[in-house]
Design a protein around this ligand. Structure first.
Ligand SMILES: Nc1nc2c(ncn2[C@@H]2O[C@H](COP(=O)(O)OP(=O)(O)OP(=O)(O)O)[C@@H](O)[C@H]2O)c(=O)[nH]1
Ligand SMILES: [Mg+2]
Length: 367
């Protein structure tokens, strides 16, 4: 670990440490790599006024330096860190680095109160309960739009397939759902955290990537997380719990070494708001419509039937029309939600207070 002087800016300190010559004007590639390696950490948890940052293979509990005032940090953020000088000290987060991707939602569709669920993830895996497919589809459609807007890949994981195997709902409904999304390039798996069915396919989906789970409360995100990450035992909800409080209150990233994957468990989200999206941009985030000529696209947006050359599943077209009408303010959003309990992402601002002034505890949107 480089020696850090307390009274200097970290970058300058690192620069001193790795400067290859007294002139120090042009850093060698190796020196630049050392700066990057020594100065950037990754936020793995945000909870109750503190962030946990993985830095040089060590997880530090960190507080925010004054330079971070007003800057929000979420799991997945890359941050410059000043490690503690003594074991009893906290590390300090001194800068948030630019985000490559964001999974953003609004708390309410009619608001623009953007909340970042995860930063710099490659993929969001939407978890749906096999016992509640209909309620999950509206959520999935919303997250796919947000993922596209934020630069992430979307994937779907139908959990609790042991219930489907028992006959309710039927396995064909699960397969039909997965086929519909596979047709537009959205990878999907059917799994059971309880029986282990499908977990190998899920591991393949996660391998080599940073992925975040997203889903309603109670769909089994944490149960899956516990199955996938060796040695981890996060609290899962009581059997039979419906509504009420969500179990997971803080997002947490863990490494799954054998498949070189990072996986983020997130609190349940009741409604994944798309309030920040402009209606005219919506078609950009529907793969089937994104590449169409402007006139064709405008005709569909105006309510016309897609031409024969355009392949779009009727469910997807209906979703597109409903989202568009809601984004334009012509129709209410609430048809899409099933009213399960809400959770949120765990964003914190640099002064240690909540990102959007919600309840104490470092969790956005918790009621
Ligand atoms: N039958 C069945 N039940 C499951 C399965 N996976 C999870 N559950 C149950 O579903 C309930 C909720 O599981 P959690 O893992 O806490 O759900 P969660 O999505 O993390 O919920 P939040 O943290 O509130 O967002 C628990 O009672 C689990 O035992 C599964 O594959 N099959
Ligand atoms: Mg959970």
């Amino acid at each position: 670990m480089p020696r850090i002087h307390d009274d200097h800016d970290l970058l300058e300190d690192d620069y001193d440490e790795v400067r290859p010559s007294r002139r120090g004007r042009n850093l060698s590639v190796a020196a630049k790599e050392r700066i990057a390696e020594h100065s950037a950490g990754r936020v793995v948890q945000v909870d109750r006024g503190h962030v946990s940052v993985l830095y040089e293979g060590v997880e530090y509990l960190a507080r925010f330096a004054g330079s971070m005032r007003g800057v929000k940090v979420v799991v997945g953020d890359r941050v410059r860190v000043k490690p503690p000088r003594h074991e009893t000290d906290l590390a300090r987060v001194i800068q948030r680095l630019p985000r490559e991707t964001v999974l953003a939602r609004t708390g309410d569709d009619d608001l623009e109160d953007e909340r970042i669920v995860v930063a710099n993830a490659d993929q969001v895996v939407v978890v749906i309960g096999a016992d509640y497919l209909d309620g999950g589809v509206g959520f999935l459609e919303r997250v796919l739009v947000a993922a596209s807007a934020g630069g992430l890949r979307g994937a779907v994981c139908v959990n609790k397939c042991d219930l489907a195997a028992a006959g309710s709902p039927d396995t064909a409904a699960v397969e039909g759902l997965l086929a519909r999304y596979a047709a537009i390039g959205v990878a999907g798996v059917a799994v059971s955290a309880h029986t282990g069915e499908g977990l190998e396919a899920l591991r393949e989906l996660l391998a080599g990537r940073w992925s975040a789970f997203a889903g309603h409360s109670g769909v089994g995100k944490t149960s899956l997380f516990n199955q996938l990450v060796p040695g981890v035992d996060r609290e899962v909800g009581d059997i039979g719990r419906r509504g009420g409080r969500h179990t997971t209150v803080a997002a947490r990233a863990e490494h799954v070494a054998d498949i070189d994957a990072w996986l983020v468990d997130t609190p349940g989200i009741r409604s994944f708001g798309l309030g920040g999206l402009a209606p005219e941009d919506l078609a950009d985030h529907f793969t089937e419509l994104a590449g169409l000529d402007r006139e064709v696209r405008q005709a569909i947006e105006a309510g016309g039937e897609p031409p024969a050359s355009v392949t779009i599943d009727p469910v997807r077209l209906r979703t597109f029309r409903r989202f568009l009408a809601a984004l334009r303010g012509d129709e209410p959003w609430d048809d899409f939600d099933d009213g399960r309990s809400d959770g949120g992402s765990g964003g914190l601002v640099g002064d240690g207070r909540e990102g959007d002034g919600s309840a104490p505890g470092g969790v956005e949107g918790e009621q």
